[in-house]
Design a protein around this ligand. Structure first.
Ligand code: LMR
Length: 394
C-alpha cells in the first residue's frame, strides 16, 4: 500500500515552529506562527476564558453528544457578533466547525457540491493553507492580484479589474479583515466597490474571518463582511475564535451561510450538516461552550472585550514602535508601512536569503516570505529587532 506514496510537503508555518522549538539559543525570537504573545512571551489564556471554564467545570453534568450542527447558543452569538442585525435573520444559517480551518474546509465541501471543480480565486499572496486546502477539496485555486510589493499596500485597481471580469461560476475568497500574510487591507470605500462588483458579476463571496477585533475593533473589522452580505444575495463566512478568544488549540469556529431567502438557507443548513456528519460527525464542544458562556454573561462579555482591546492596542503599539525603531535606525521611511498595516502580520519585503540570515545569525524566526507576526514581538525588543532587520539587509 504505502509504496505508492511519496513524502508530502510540510506546512511551512508549523515546520518553522518545530525549528524554533528545537533552537536552544536563549535569545531566540518566534515571529512565525500567528499567535498573540504578552510582554513575557507567553500566549495567555484570557481571563474571561478561565472564568468561563470554571463555570463549565462546576455546572456540566454530561459529556453526551451535542448534535451534528454543534452548540447552537455559540453559533447564534457569533452570528450576532458578526452581523449585529444588519441583515434579515432568516437569510442566515450557521453550523459549528473545528476552528477557522475546519470552517473553511466545511465550506469548501459545500461549494464543491454546489459547483464541482469550480474556480476559487484567492489573493496573491494568501494564507499558505488556502491553496492546498482548495486543491484537496477538488476545487480549482487561482490567484487574483492583491498586494503591491513596492508600496506594501493593496493594488486595488488591479484587484477590482480582475473582479470585474468574473462571472457567476467564480468564487472569490476574501480576507474579511487583517489580511494574512500581508497586513494590507481594503478600506471601507474599497469594500463598497468590491461588493458592487460582485453583485454585478454574480461571483460568489467566500469570506475568511479569522481576526475579528484584532485590527481596528469589533465594529470596524466587521465592515467588509457586513457590506458584502448587505449587497450580495449569497455568501459564506468562515469564522475563527482562535485569536480573538485565544482558543487556538480548542478548535472553535463557525460556518455562516447567507442565502437569498429562508428556503435556500434551510437547504444550505441541511447540506452543511450532511457534510459534517459524513466528515467528523460533530465538532468539539469545549471552546464553543466557553464562548457561549462568555457572550451570555454581560460581565464576562465586557471583560472579554476589554482583553481583546488590550491585545489589539498592544499590537498597534508594537507596530508604531517597530516602525519608529526602523525609521530611526535606517534614517528612512521605507518601513513606515508596518504602522499602517493591521492585524497580526506584516509582509516585511525581505528576500528568502535575508530571512534565513535573520534565523541563523540572530535567532529571529519569520516565515520565508518575510511575514512577521507583529503580535509576537516582545515589548522592549523593537530596537533590537529593527537593528537585526537592517543588519541582514533585503
Ligand atoms: C497563521 O497563519 O500563522 C495562523 O493562522 C496559524 C495557522 O494555522 O496557520
Amino acid at each position: 500500500m504505502f509504496e505508492t506514496l511519496k513524502k508530502a510537503p510540510v506546512d511551512k508555518i508549523f515546520a518553522l515552529l518545530g525549528e524554533y522549538r528545537a533552537d536552544d539559543r536563549p535569545q531566540k525570537l518566534d515571529l512565525g506562527i500567528g499567535v498573540y504573545k504578552d510582554a513575557t512571551g507567553n500566549t495567555p489564556v484570557m481571563r474571561a476564558v478561565t472564568k468561563a471554564e470554571k463555570r463549565i467545570f462546576d455546572a456540566q453534568t454530561t459529556k453526551s453528544y451535542v448534535g451534528v450542527s454543534g452548540n447552537r447558543g455559540f453559533c447564534d452569538t457569533i452570528v450576532d457578533l458578526v452581523f449585529a442585525d444588519r441583515i434579515e435573520g432568516d437569510r442566515i444559517t450557521s453550523v459549528q466547525a473545528p476552528g477557522g480551518t475546519g470552517s473553511l474546509w466545511v465550506i469548501m465541501q459545500l461549494l464543491k457540491r454546489a459547483k464541482p471543480g469550480a474556480t476559487v480565486w484567492i489573493s496573491d499572496p494568501s494564507w499558505p493553507n488556502h491553496y492546498p486546502m482548495l486543491e484537496l477539496a477538488g476545487l480549482n485555486p487561482q490567484y487574483y492580484p492583491y498586494f503591491d510589493p513596492e508600496t506594501r499596500s493593496v493594488k486595488f485597481d488591479e484587484m477590482l479589474a480582475a473582479l470585474d471580469k468574473m462571472g457567476p461560476n467564480d468564487i472569490v475568497l476574501l480576507h474579511a479583515c487583517c489580511h494574512n500574510p500581508t497586513g494590507a487591507n481594503l478600506t471601507p470605500e474599497q469594500w463598497d466597490q468590491v461588493a458592487q462588483s460582485m453583485k454585478r458579476t454574480g461571483a460568489f463571496p467566500f469570506l475568511d474571518l479569522a481576526y475579528l477585533g484584532f485590527g481596528d475593533g469589533l465594529e470596524a473589522d466587521a465592515y467588509g463582511v457586513r457590506k458584502m452580505a448587505q449587497t450580495c444575495p449569497e455568501l459564506m463566512v468562515a469564522f475563527s475564535a482562535s485569536k480573538n478568544f485565544g482558543l487556538y488549540r480548542e478548535r472553535t469556529g463557525v460556518v455562516i451561510g447567507v442565502a437569498a431567502n429562508k428556503d435556500s438557507a434551510n437547504i444550505v443548513f441541511s447540506q452543511l450538516a450532511n457534510v459534517i456528519r459524513a466528515s467528523f460527525s460533530q465538532s468539539p464542544d469545549h471552546g464553543a461552550e466557553i464562548v457561549r458562556v462568555i457572550m451570555d454573561d454581560p460581565e464576562l462579555r465586557a471583560q472579554w472585550e476589554d482583553e481583546l482591546k488590550e491585545m489589539r492596542d498592544q499590537v498597534l503599539t508594537l507596530r508604531k514602535n517597530l516602525a519608529g525603531s526602523l525609521r530611526k535606525l535606517s534614517n528612512s521611511d521605507e518601513f513606515d508601512f508596518v504602522e499602517q498595516h493591521r492585524g497580526m502580520f506584516s509582509l516585511l519585503g525581505l528576500s528568502k536569503d535575508a530571512v534565513e540570515k535573520l534565523k541563523k545569525q540572530h535567532g529571529i524566526y519569520l516565515i520565508d516570505d518575510s511575514r512577521a507576526n507583529i503580535a509576537g514581538i516582545p515589548e522592549h525588543d523593537t530596537d533590537k529587532l529593527a537593528a537585526a532587520i537592517l543588519d541582514v539587509g533585503k
